[in-house]
Design a protein. Sequence first.
Length: 280
Amino acid sequence: MYALPTTILGRTGLRVTRLGIGGAYCKTPEGYRAALDCGVTYLDTAPAYHDGEDERIVGEAIAGRRHEIVLATKTGKRDAAGARAELEKSLRLLGTDYIDVWQIHYLNTVEEREQVLGPGGAMEAAVKAREQGLVRFIGVTGHVWAEVGHAVATGLFDTVLCWYNCAMREPEEVLFPHALAHNVGVVIMQATRMEKLRDPGDASPERSAGLALTPPPLGDYYRYVLGHPAVSVVLRGMRNVEEFGQVAAALSERETLAEAERRQLEAYGAAMLAAGKLDL
């Protein structure tokens, strides 16, 4: 177990490790347990991951240690009835009687936001579930930074989950200020852009501003993200258990970068973006 840095997740008041486990990629309870054994206390999953199989696997992994974990899952439903049904299924699969952070998933358009927040929308189900003790806090996730920023700006959400890394810095302008204004806990995914930031390949010097594209150490991508004052937690998916442990070890030694190191990461990220290396 590593001595991972911890923080308070915004206005939730929950103390969490600054490294969290991202769902969707781990296929076994043993893999999740290995990550938890690193000392991580934040675990994020969703019904959409493996058609609910991820929640079932997580449920097996956390059996007997639920009290150690801040557990986050999501609903992709936009109406209250659908969201409630999905929550009840999540509770069964996860083997728990409450969710710490229940998130409205992929809220990427104006229309979806209006539906979720309007009469009969998923937010009604979230508020009712919170009143009943089935969920403790309500979050929002999405991939369109400006639209997710509008959701955060309503002040209705306790947490937000979005992309952010040394190459994709748009949240600094369109999302993080709203989170700071409302003390919303910020959780980040894609610190390595699905590992694409780690693979410069044959990027030409012309397209990368003449820089030699040598990938930084794995832990530095995560230190970069955690260096922004708005960010509480950075997730890493469980594609590789050994590399997850490497990130945990790195962050237990040092959680952020010096200013010169941040600028170096930003230059590398900008070069990778210019070289067209980060497209999915």
